[in-house]
Design a protein around this ligand. Sequence first.
Ligand code: SF4
Length: 371
Amino acid sequence: MAGIYIHVPFCKKRCLYCDFFSNINMNKKSYYVEAVCRELLKRKNYLKKDKIKTIYFGGGTPSQLDESDFNAIFDAIYSNYDITEVKEITLEANPDDINNDYINILKKFPFNRVSLGIQSFDDEDLKFLNRRHDAAKAVTTVESLQKAGFDNISIDLMYGLPGQTKEKWQKNLDIATSLNVPHVSSYHLIYEESTAMYKLLKQGKISQVDEDTSLEMFRMLISHLKANGFIHYEISNFAKDGYFSMHNSSYWKGVKYIGIGPSAHSYDGNTRSWNPSDMDSYISGNYTQETEELSNEEKYNDYILTSMRTMWGLDLNEVKDRFGNVMYEYCIKQAKPYIERMLISDKDNRLTITPEGIFISDSIMSDMMYV
Ligand code: SF4
């Protein structure tokens, strides 16, 4: 089983915090769609004819694609890949793009999951982040999608924003759970160097929330969602039973995937490769991937970083089988102090980060990695 990721690098405007590869000039969209179809054909053997289980349109803003764009891309997927057992097809969408006409277009295609970049239900936050929608639009978008039969909806929420209080964050969480969506992804704001947000921080125009508040917001997130029936299945992801993201879970479980579009990454089980982050080069047919052959230690580190983030954790038998005795012993040695402090649980040869350990998960994973 394998996955297909399609990167759609267009945004109507840039959000202050974002460093993803995307373009606000839509003039080249039709050339981009043609290039995506060519790449899907040219690289069709990358997954060695594995059956496709998940397809994910991410971005950028995939909801900037229209009916003819989806027609062309789905045709290229259907003609070149085995989709007989596909289970999940996700569209990332900006609430501002979703209206009844657009929902009717989506219903013509096999999308069965929509991931909405809501980020906040607070108008001040949304304005500051330079998002296109307001809080009311976020709520009506969820309701319109549900009314149209899309029950598998994920919403993204950000916390740790400058000026965001714990009260505001709680209000966001209350609205999120009142909407009856089965999946929430929530990330702390990161100040990426290339972003406008980082510049504001460096100019002293905004300040970061303090560490205690960040931690408390993370605690609030976990306890509120758990109290409302969500399973905390990955550090930043929560879902009702049966609604885990299959596509993202595949990444965390080391399943192969092909990434299509400029800047998209692919993984075939042994190597990682990626397309250049350059639209002109991409549409002119240059999607020669840069490739990185992973050493045994790098594969082990990847396994730590992906498995320890999830509630399924790390299988010590798998570490021994895949990476050998030396890495197995190393893994046990590094995990031991955390097991003794009950920050990692060791049950049936499976290591998972405990609810107490989750607040220092970055340090735990970093200590378990091979350097
Ligand atoms: S956050 Fe999403 S919509 Fe905003 S600039 Fe980044 S990719 Fe575009």
